[in-house]
Each structure stands twice: as C-alpha cells, then as structure tokens.
Write a protein that binds this ligand. Structure first.
Ligand code: PLP
Length: 394
C-alpha cells in the first residue's frame, strides 16, 4: 500500500461488527496475565508475549509502532516519551565505554549536547563531522566506531547527508547507521530503504502535526528493536503515554496530505524571501540553489515546510519580528499546523551546542552570519503568511 493508505490503516485490527471503527485509547497500566504466558522480568520478554505492564507494551503504543514501521518500511518500531528519549535510548543501548560515535556536527541542539556533554561521562568518545562531506565521514570512522548518527535535513540550516553513501561507508567499517529523519518524515525519505540500520523520529513534530503531544520512535529490524525495548524501553522507562500515542496516531492519518501542503506553502514563502532586500540567504531543500539540490531531488520526495534564512543585524531583527508577527508564532518546535519562526544566534549554537571550533566554526559562521531564522511553515494560506512576514520584516 501507498503511504497515504498506510498512514490511515496500517496495523489496525480487522473489522468486527460492533467494535469501534476508530482504534480505542487504552490507558490501562496492567493487563490480565497468566503464569504460563509471561515471566516477571523484562529479560523473559518474547515477541509473542501478551500485554503485561504498560511500560513493556500497551495496545495504543503498539498500534502507533505498527503504523510507524509500515510507513518507514521497517520490521518493527519502538515508541518513546519524546524524540530525545528515543535518541538517548538508542545511543546508550548501542554504545558502551570504549566505543566511538560519529555524529553530524550540525544537528538538533539537544542531540549535540547529549553527545558532547553526556556520552563522554560514560567513556563514549564522539567525533562531530560535516556529514555532507563523505570524505570527512570516512576519515572520522575508527576501529571502535559502533555508530554513525546523521540528521537529514539537519537543524537549523537544512543541511543534507547522503544516506545511501554513508550507509556503505559505515557498514564497510563495521559501524551501524542511524538517521534522524524528523524533518523529512517517511513521506519524503525512507532511510531504511537506503541502507540505514535505524530511523529516529521526534514524533512531536510533523508526525503529530498539531503541537499537542510529545513522542519519539526508533524503527529498524525486529531483533534489534526487541533488544532496544528490553534495554532502553523497559529499563529507562521513557514510555510514551497512551494519550500521546493516540493523538500522534490521529496526526499520522493526515501526514501525507499535510506534507504536500507544507511543501507548497514553503515554496511560496521561499519565493518571497528570495526577493526580500533584508534577507541575505535562504535555505530550503526544494530550492534550485540549495547547496545539495541534486541530493535533495534524489533523496527527498517532499521538501517539507522547514525553511531558514539569515539577515544582517539578525538579533535586532529577531526582536522586531517577535513583536510584530500576527500569524507566525515566535516559538520553537516545528511541523505544526500553525507557522513558527525563531532566531538562533550562531555564537550561542557554536559554543553551547555544536562545540565547533577552528575551520569548522569559521565555515558555519561564513554560511550563517550572526544567526539564522528557522521557519516552520504551517498550513495557513500562503498569501496570508507572506503578508505577515512582509509587515514583520518591513
Ligand atoms: N530530533 C530533531 C531533528 C528535532 O528537531 C528534535 C526537537 O526539536 C528532536 C530530535 C528532539 O525531539 P523531542 O523534542 O520530541 O524530544
């Protein structure tokens, strides 16, 4: 089945007269058990085990996981309480003291900070590289590299990474590849089809789509996800709430339709920004002048609604925009029905999140200047969005 059909139907129970058409929200924390069916320890958990305790599995999260696995073309999925819970669970499951992680140097600030500030405390070494540069990825891999983690498109400048090429490089050296595909969503890109071992999503963003639930997921091969459930799911305990899972399931039903509209609205806003005298540079994977336009066309079936731009005197402009916007919300996060704009100062990002120095810092500063405005283009009418930006930028 095609994505638009999977988003509505994958994993749903067969029709039974009298049963609800809509899959019910099940908030129960424990389920009737039998001594022959399941053991008390997570170590005894088998894939055939019935629901037992909601931190192990629950029917609402199970349906969400089946739908996510189908959309991303994976064997299995594990849902988490947030995107960060999914990333940290995966990292701490796959990596142990003495191991090495190769990471996209430009990525969501929380992931960069987890890698740079927290993993070394557990004896895990981290090398951050420009993952748009395949030679840099290859050069960073060491014998003890267990995982290469890339984000594509990457926060905030929508830098892309070639998933198929990096999968080959990582696998040839015995490392696994995980891809944070939050901004692409399975509508644009299916990293597992391109050779990745794991896909990670913050479901808080486009998957939910309405800005009313936190969630995360890791999708991959069944045996690997079963191990992840025992280790990171059950023992770290960052389980998604059934209500959040249910809201995200409802959001997923419209994901393919929403992504088409996000992309069309972003194209209109980008055309406006490209001609605006106060705008220095615009980034959007759908633009012909995106630095990796060819890769974007090869790897993305939808260019999403994420746009970034830089401008002179960005800090002062950010105050003007925050005061003036009427439709856009000056707020973080992304992927919602409503449009968002937020300013990210380059120095803050380089110092506190990316930890970039020397030539890498210079290259990032040369591209972004003092900062970037990150826009998540929503589902409002594009003419109204452009009018709002025009008066906010004037
Ligand atoms: N990955 C990406 C690409 C993100 O943009 C975010 C959040 O903005 C996360 C992961 C973390 O997700 P969450 O906020 O759901 O923990």
């Amino acid at each position: 089945m095609k994505p638009a059909t999977l988003a509505v139907h994958a994993g749903a129970a067969a029709a039974v007269p009298g049963e609800p058409v809509l899959s019910p929200l099940v908030p129960a924390t424990s389920f009737h058990a039998h001594p022959d069916a399941i053991g008390f320890s997570a170590n005894d958990l088998t894939s055939a085990a019935p629901h037992f305790y909601a931190r192990w599995s629950n029917p609402t999260a199970e349906l969400l996981e089946a739908r996510l696995a189908a959309l991303d073309g994976g064997e299995a999925a594990l849902s988490f309480a947030s995107g960060m819970a999914a990333v940290s669970g995966l990292f701490l499951h796959l990596l142990q003291s003495g191991d090495h992680l190769v990471l996209s140097e430009v990525c969501y600030a929380g992931v960069a900070e987890l890698a740079h500030d927290i993993l070394p405390r557990y004896g895990i070494a981290v090398t951050a590289i420009d993952s748009s540069d395949l030679a840099a990825v290859a050069a960073a891999i060491r014998p003890e590299t267990r995982l290469v983690h890339i984000e594509t498109p990457a926060n905030p400048i929508l830098r892309l990474a070639d998933i198929a090429a990096i999968a080959e490089i990582a696998h040839a050296r015995g490392a696994a590849l995980s891809v944070d595909s939050t901004m692409a969503t399975p509508v644009a890109t299916r990293p597992l089809d391109l050779g990745a071992d794991f896909v990670v999503h913050s479901l808080t963003k486009y998957a939910c789509g309405h800005g009313d639930a936190l969630g995360g997921a890791v999708i991959g091969r069944a045996a690997a996800i079963a191990d992840l459930r025992k280790f990171a799911g059950i023992h770290f305990g960052a389980t998604i709430s059934p209500f959040a899972a249910w809201l995200i399931l409802r959001g997923l039903e419209t994901l393919p339709a929403r992504m088409a509209l996000h992309q069309a609205n972003a194209a209109a806003v980008v055309a406006f920004l490209n001609t605006h005298p106060r705008v220095a540079r615009v980034w959007w994977p759908g633009s012909a002048d995106h630095p990796q336009a060819e890769l974007a066309r090869r790897q993305m079936r939808n260019f999403s609604g994420m746009v970034a731009f830089s401008a002179a005197a960005g800090a002062a402009l950010s105050r003007q925009i925050a005061d003036r916007v009427k439709l856009f919300s000056y707020a973080v996060s992304l992927g919602k029905t409503r449009s968002l704009i937020f300013y990210i100062p380059t120095d803050d990002l380089l110092r506190s999140s990316f930890h970039l120095e020397g030539a890498a810092a210079q290259a990032y500063r040369a591209a972004t200047g003092n900062g970037t405005f990150r826009l998540s283009i929503g589902l409002e009418d594009p003419e109204d969005l452009i009018a709002d930006l025009a008066q906010a930028l004037a």
